[in-house]
Design a protein around this ligand. Structure first.
Ligand code: SAM
Ligand code: SF4
Length: 333
């Protein structure tokens, strides 16, 4: 089977799938408070999601990340993990993982670990309960902390993803580092991206460039850049004093598109070749058009042949450029 290679000679080996656009939180930078969610009938069924992922795996995808919305609020999501984990057993899939807000981890961590999940990314922007509720609108910090503890207890490696937000968590840089070091969690910071309608002013107000965050770290610690990449867009530094590794995902200050190996599928079967572009291919129609996977495979190959070179996000000159109208929860962050 010919593997998936895009026009810029990048092999596509990493698929991110949004299992649902729904979520039990309403993080201010991600969703509006009153979101219009997709009608349930438009969603791929769990069986269709399995067929779709299995086809990508047949075409060479080795790493699968389930995201959303909040993947763990999708009803029966464990059924999907259970069935897709057969590809881990066969060796075709090297890694099955998820990005979660952590609210349901206490319930699911043990089962996920038993099914072969080894790592989870948990999004956490603050360690302060009141600030947590302010940023997530509906979330409770203690519930997420319980979930993180359950993940650790189940043997899952936890990576904390923190969106760097000016005026919100600047003062928690060192407390977050210390907490992660103490708990043995990896920590990665993310620059806030212009996704979803949200006043330009608000985006620019929120934007805390990671080069500034890094400079703050460097005032206190000696940092060494690491060549290491984990198949994702993060770049890492090591804090020499403690050996702790910190990741930076910098779509704005450092474009990482040249090494992009991934594509994304939404919960309705839209294939986005690039997170930062509007271009997409519908996979639901070919999926539903026949019981075999030939049409689906053809549609995937045709789409990959049009994967764009990169995104156009840019905040320079105090303007938000390259904005895409989809919310992050739609494409799957
Ligand atoms: N609900 C899960 C969670 O929060 O981890 C998975 C989906 S969420 C959309 C995935 C990641 O995208 C989270 O780490 C979240 O902080 C991040 N995110 C959401 N909107 C963003 C934005 N506009 N810019 C940068 N990161 C964003
Ligand atoms: Fe939900 Fe994750 Fe978006 Fe927050 S970032 S609203 S938890 S999908």
């Amino acid at each position: 089977m010919t593997p998936l290679i895009d026009p810029f000679a990048r092999p596509i080996t990493y698929l991110r799938v949004s299992a649902t656009d729904r979520c039990d939180f309403r993080c201010t930078y991600c969703m509006a408070e009153h979101m219009q969610f997709l009608p349930k009938k438009d969603l791929l069924t769990l069986e269709e999601l399995d067929r779709l992922c299995s086809t990508f795996i047949r075409l060479g995808v080795e790493k699968l990340r389930i995201t959303g919305g909040e993947p763990l609020v999708r009803r029966d999501i464990l059924t999907f993990f259970r069935s897709i984990s057969r590809h881990l057993e066969s060796g075709a899939l090297k890694e099955l993982t998820l990005t979660t807000n952590g609210s349901q981890l206490a319930r699911y961590a043990g089962d996920l670990a038993a099914l072969g999940v080894r790592r989870v990314n948990v999004s956490l922007d603050t360690l302060d309960a009141a600030k947590f509720t302010a940023i997530t609108r509906w979330g409770r910090l203690d519930q997420v902390m319980e979930g993180i503890r359950a993940a650790k207890a189940a043997g899952l490696r936890v990576k904390i993803n923190t969106v760097a937000l000016k005026g919100f968590n600047e003062d928690e840089l060192f407390p977050l580092l210390d907490w992660c070091a103490g708990e043995g969690h990896d920590l990665t910071f993310i620059e806030v991206m212009p996704m979803g309608e949200m006043g330009e002013e608000m985006r620019l107000d929120q934007y805390w460039p990671l080069k500034d965050l890094r400079a703050r770290l460097a005032e206190r610690f000696t940092l060494t850049d690491l060549a290491e990449r984990t198949g994702g867009p993060a770049r890492y530094v090591r804090i020499e004093a403690t050996g702790q590794k910190v990741g930076f995902i910098t779509p704005l200050t450092h474009n990482f598109c040249e090494s992009c190996n991934r594509v994304r599928v939404t919960c309705t079967g839209e294939l986005y070749m690039c997170l930062g572009q509007e271009d997409m291919a519908d996979l639901r129609a070919p999926l539903r058009a026949s019981e075999g996977d030939e049409l689906l495979e053809e549609a995937i190959r045709a789409a990959i042949a049009h994967k764009p070179k990169g995104h156009d996000f840019d905040y320079s000159r105090q303007k938000v450029a390259g904005q895409v109208s989809r919310h992050m929860s739609h494409t799957g962050g």
